[in-house]
Design a protein around this ligand. Structure first.
Ligand code: MG
Ligand code: MG
Length: 256
């Protein structure tokens, strides 16, 4: 599918969708505490989504038809889980980190965002990982300007993350966002001369979502066919915003 450029009016609608997503993520962030289960966090998100009249982009999402559809409205990825963790009976413990990923459609437009949240007091190394990942997202967003190319985003993210002694996950990337959660182009968090590198134009809207490991970059998928973990079981963090490229600079859609 070709890149879908959004009009100013459409970007306005995406701001509204993004604000709902951001507000629900704040509610989830505030609910995170030792003892709560990831399934309880999902129930909070599902109720809040229904109250606001949104539609989940995640529930029943299918990657491969032979695999089970995703069963929840958020992804909850704990500690060495990178992304796509399935909410369930797991209770969060003091010192854990949990990545919350949430995408939903409001009035036909998608917002996609997420963050990694500390559970109570966390280790200094976990704090470093979270700070590096959030800062990497910020540096990536700053590159989302007219005249740059897609891989200027990944170049900024990768250079910073690696200088901080962490590694960038390569198997998963950001993506265009619009009426669909996953549109073109891919937004890699690293430089790959083999990949498409389109020029950034006004009206492009995409998710910038660095996934950063404290150890090596390699990942694998668990038997549930969804949960991605670090191959070396090191901690992993992730921060995501949906961002529009405009003549005035990058505009973050997923703010409360
Ligand atoms: Mg997401
Ligand atoms: Mg995304």
């Amino acid at each position: 599918m070709a890149i879908q450029y959004k009009s100013r009016r459409e970007i306005g609608k995406m701001h509204i969708a993004g604000a709902h997503v951001a507000e629900i993520l704040l509610i989830l962030r505030d609910a995170v505490r030792p003892g709560i289960t990831t399934g309880e966090l999902n129930a909070i998100a599902e109720a809040e989504l229904a109250r606001r009249g949104g539609i989940s982009c995640f529930k029943n999402y299918v990657i491969k038809r032979s695999d089970p559809p995703f069963p929840a409205v958020i992804c909850t990825s704990v500690n060495d889980e990178v992304v796509h963790g399935i909410p369930g009976k797991r209770a969060l413990k003091e010192g854990d980190i949990v990545s919350l990923d949430f995408g939903a459609t409001f009035d036909g437009w998608v917002g996609d965002s997420g963050l990694t949240v500390p559970v109570g007091e966390i280790s200094a190394s976990a704090r470093h990982l979270l700070a590096v990942t959030e800062k990497a997202r910020e540096l990536g967003i700053a590159q989302a300007v007219v005249g740059n190319r897609v891989q200027d985003i990944g170049a900024a993210v990768q250079a910073y993350v690696e200088a901080q002694g962490c590694s960038i996950v390569r198997h998963y990337t950001g993506h265009g966002v619009g009426k669909q959660m996953h549109e073109d182009p891919l937004i890699p968090n690293y430089v790959d001369p083999q990949m498409d590198n389109p020029r950034l134009q006004p009206g492009m809207v995409f998710a910038i979502e660095p996934m950063v490991n404290a150890g090596r970059a390699d990942t694998r998928v668990l038997k549930d066919k969804w949960t991605v973990v670090t191959a070396d079981h090191s901690l992993s963090a992730y921060f995501e915003h949906t961002v529009a490229v405009t003549e005035q600079g990058p505009e973050i859609m997923t703010l409360p």
